[in-house]
Design a protein. Structure first.
Lengths: 323, 296
């Protein structure tokens, strides 16, 4: 007997309808998942970019500062678990760096991959390459023995090729807010002071919290940023208290002392500039002009600036770069 | 006509038909119920995805706009629980040459290092800011100086060394920026935007943006960017979309507060759909704190 029914057709129809509905639901869910994964990949790429930039800033290669001229570019690549970042550092001028960090997040498919780029501006704390004098004090200086202070620009020994021409116009020898106090200071040898003028009035490092040697930067910031770079041969020496330099000793760069600077014995050589509350130079020195010598050096100060770690420009320093 | 008393009949009996009808009805009812349930589920899933997309879109747009805000420089002109009046940084570049009121900026490059990048290209009416620091000037004395852009065009030649590029954009300012503007100086371009949570003509709430018309010295018509969102002020739904400037220690900055102290924006976006008969109302929300990147 042949029976004709439509149950099979009805079931098939129902299966097709249900299949279409389920398929549509799957498709919509898949699209949602893809979109979410795309957003997540973008956020991971942005995080990678920020990490790359922060990494370069926090572990700053100090030799980079000395190495790069305006327009030069240095690059670093950072690998992360599911992506990474490439960071380009371009030097813009003596104190400003342009940092581009391109972060990417990887994935099993192209849909999971994303790239984001950010830009940071970073700046070196400014060291004034032309301080008022080779030695700037708040409460005067005593120059004993065979010590000498010179405001005539001179390159440190062996730095001729690195420094180029020296300034023809000297800075002062010693600067103090009250030059009359300097007149009464003990200056053992005629000619121990050189400069234009040898003694001059200038506001000095009287404020214990701020250093005029570095553009008014706060002491704590300086303590974080300053360092010496052996490769550059110069640096910044910050002393929160008194400093005794016992010869023979050589330093090229900037010395900032919040207390009293004393040089003892023969052979103390400082090229650059010194800011101190008080200075007692040449204690126990006997060699002819060999006791202690502080000589202004623009080149040493410029090299010392390169020993600073740049800090982020917080005022509009961060921006995401589109295309 | 011959009669065949034993011929086999091929039809169904009445009982068979009734049974078949009953079974088929039960099957139809079951399948129908299943289909309705599936359809409801599919619609619910679709709605949920749509809600998520709206929330994600709104948050993504606000995040991108708010990250580069620098409150201490006055980028936030006004703020409320439905409004943010901002100077939005649309990108930055390094000037490769400057003369008079004209500044040359490298064209953005897609891959590798770039000395320019824009989320939107600079245009007349935007403000170009130059990070001005004179030689020997202290670091803290450096400042962003702004000048209005009056024209933007492609430069005939690219940028010269040391910031060389094959293509460049020529920006004409309303006034010379020398000597601050020079090769190697960083610049930013900002554009005024007003972001609002507002009720549109269709009665729904949207996140929208208005840009500033320099010619008319007024805001252009608001354009919806994302939405619709849950209505604000509806009885029993105090959790509608809202914005709040957040200051130090997580304290909201009220209308009388100083927006310069803001550290970020707390954003709450919520979406819902009209409840079906007998079904509970469904809504989703997202709450996020967007921290400004340009605060110490």
């Amino acid at each position: 007997m042949t029976r004709r029914g439509f149950a099979l057709a009805a079931v098939l129809f129902a299966l097709v309808v249900i299949g279409a509905l389920v398929g549509g639901m799957f498709f919509a869910s898949l699209e949602g998942i893809r979109a979410s994964r795309g957003v997540a990949a973008g956020e991971r790429a942005l995080a990678a970019a920020e990490r790359g930039a922060d990494s370069v800033m926090s572990v700053w290669d100090r030799s980079r500062t000395a190495r790069l001229a305006a327009g030069d570019v240095d690059s670093v690549t950072l690998r992360l678990d599911d992506g990474g970042a490439t960071v380009w550092v371009t030097r813009l001028d003596d104190a400003t760096f342009w940092i581009v960090s391109a972060g990417w997040s990887g994935g099993a498919t192209a849909a999971d991959a994303a790239t984001r780029r950010i830009n940071l501006l970073a700046r070196l704390t400014t060291i004034d390459p032309r301080p008022p004098a080779a030695l700037v004090t708040a409460f005067g200086a005593t120059v004993e023995g065979t010590a000498r202070v010179s405001g005539i620009d001179g390159a440190p020994d062996g730095w001729g090729a690195r420094c180029g021409d020296t300034l023809t116009e000297p800075v002062g020898g010693i600067a103090s807010p009250d030059p009359s106090a300097m007149v009464s200071a003990v200056i053992a040898n005629p000619g121990a002071l050189e400069g234009a003028p040898a003694v001059r009035a200038a506001l000095a490092a009287a404020d214990s919290g701020v250093s005029p040697a570095m553009g008014g930067a706060a002491w704590r910031a300086l303590a974080l940023d300053a360092d010496t770079v052996p490769a550059a041969g110069a640096g910044v020496l910050l002393v929160d208290g008194d400093l005794d330099l016992v010869g023979p000793y050589r330093f090229d760069g900037l010395i900032v002392v919040r207390g009293t600077l004393r040089t003892v014995g023969n052979g103390v050589r400082v090229h650059g500039a010194v800011f101190a509350q008080r200075a007692v130079l040449g204690v126990g020195s006997s060699e002819a002009w060999g006791g202690a010598q502080i000589q202004y050096s623009r080149c040493a100060l410029e090299q010392a600036r390169n020993a600073m770690r740049p800090h982020r420009e917080w005022r509009r320093g961060w921006v995401e770069l589109g295309y | 006509m011959p009669h065949h008393p034993h011929a086999r009949r091929t039809g169904m009996t009445l009982a068979e038909l009734l049974v078949a009808l009953i079974v088929f009805s039960i099957l139809c009812a079951a399948i129908g119920a299943l289909l309705i349930r599936q359809e409801r589920f599919a619609r619910g899933t679709r709605d949920a995805l749509s809600r998520h997309v709206r929330l994600r879109e709104g948050l993504a747009v606000l995040t991108r706009e708010l990250y580069p805000v620098s409150p201490r420089l006055g980028d936030i002109a006004a703020a409320g629980d439905t409004l943010l009046d901002l100077s939005v940084t649309i990108g930055g570049a390094v000037a490769c040459a400057a003369s008079g009121a004209e500044i040359l900026l490298p064209a953005p490059s897609i891959g590798g290092n770039t000395l320019a990048g824009w989320s939107e290209p600079p245009a007349a009416g935007d403000t170009l800011l130059v990070l001005a620091r004179e030689a020997g000037q202290s670091d803290t004395a450096a400042a962003w100086r702004g000048t209005a852009i009056v024209a933007v065009g492609a430069a005939a030649a690219g940028c010269p060394a040391p910031f060389a590029s094959a293509a460049a954009d020529r920006i004409t300012l309303s006034a010379p920026q020398e000597p601050a503007a020079r090769a190697g100086v960083p610049v930013r371009v900002v554009r005024r935007y007003r972001w609002r949570l507002y009720r549109a003509g269709d009665g729904d709430w949207y996140l929208g943006a208005q840009d500033w018309s320099v010619e008319r010295a007024a805001w252009n018509t608001i354009q919806p960017v994302s939405g619709p969102y849950r209505a604000r002020g509806r009885a029993g739904t105090p959790g509608g979309p809202r914005l709040a400037l957040i200051g130090p220690a997580g304290v909201p900055i009220g209308g009388a507060g100083d927006p310069r102290a803001a550290l970020g924006v707390a954003v709450v976006l919520s979406v819902d759909r009209a409840p079906a008969a007998g079904a509970p109302a469904r809504f989703d929300s997202v709450a996020a704190f967007i921290a400004f990147r340009n605060v110490p």
